[in-house]
Design a protein around this ligand. Structure first.
Ligand SMILES: [Ca+2]
Ligand SMILES: [Ca+2]
Ligand SMILES: [Ca+2]
Length: 242
């Protein structure tokens, strides 16, 4: 799990635009868990009001959502779709903002273990947008309890042919074309998380995980999480509520 300090540090590192910029980090808060752990849990909220010009004002909001349930890779046997498939996070947190658009998405896979990580393909879907963010990473080394964060701005690519370790990596598909069983959409060639930039963050996010080779299995022991940053226009008629 991450501590709040990670997010505070990330926010502090951002360019501070305008004299009234500020950072407020709200400590993680416990919410009710129900229905097999698949319910999205807002874990933390950070806001960064930005003053841009005399007339138009915008606010940058970063929030974290998680699905804590275990995801078996694959769901049965040694190859095929994970269970659940897809695993989902329903985001309903930005409706109070006007003209909200995603500016950054980071995806974290929590408690990843697998006997051969090159079996794993992962596609993130939101609306009509999709990104094959991880395909056949690592090698045949049996790994466990990994925390893998996929971030376009990371300084390293996912390992290819070398052991997969915990860390922050750029999304990547090591093997070219990958097929995902229905009901997954057909991959459209997008890999980066910037695929979702410009979209409204609210709505369902689906994570399709597929094991593409016979033999060897694993799981996401602690599910997955999304860190979504969005920019919203603010006005006198619709102020942000704390
Ligand atoms: Ca593959
Ligand atoms: Ca990012
Ligand atoms: Ca397998």
């Amino acid at each position: 799990m991450f501590s709040c300090n990670r997010y505070r540090t990330a926010l502090d590192a951002r360019p501070q635009k305008g004299k009234r910029s500020r950072v407020a980090v709200v400590a993680p808060r416990l919410l009710i868990v129900a229905l097999s752990g698949l319910i999205a849990l807002p874990l933390a909220e950070s806001t960064q009001p930005v003053t841009a010009g005399k007339q138009k004002k915008s606010k940058t909001i970063t929030r974290i959502f998680a699905s804590n349930g275990q995801v078996d890779i694959p769901g049965a046997g040694t190859t095929g779709p994970a269970n659940p498939y897809p695993t989902t996070i329903d985001v309903d947190a930005f409706g109070k903002y006007k003209k909200v658009k995603i500016t950054d998405v980071n995806l974290t896979l929590r408690g990843l273990e697998h006997q051969h990580t090159e079996n794993i393909d992962v596609m993130l879907v939101h609306g009509a947008r999709r990104a094959l963010v991880m395909g056949d990473p690592g090698n045949g080394t049996d790994v466990s309890d990994l925390t893998i964060t996929l971030d376009d701005e990371a300084g390293a690519d996912l390992p290819d042919g070398a052991v997969l370790t915990s860390g922050v990596f750029r999304p990547g598909n090591q093997s070219g074309t990958d097929d995902f069983p229905a009901p997954a959409p057909i991959p459209d060639g997008n890999v980066t998380l910037s695929t979702f930039d410009g979209a409204n963050p609210d709505g369902q996010w689906q994570l399709f995980v597929n094991d593409d080779a016979a033999g060897n299995t694993g799981r996401l022991s602690n599910g997955w999480q999304l860190e979504i940053t969005a920019k919203a226009k603010t006005g006198k008629d619709k102020k942000h509520k704390k």
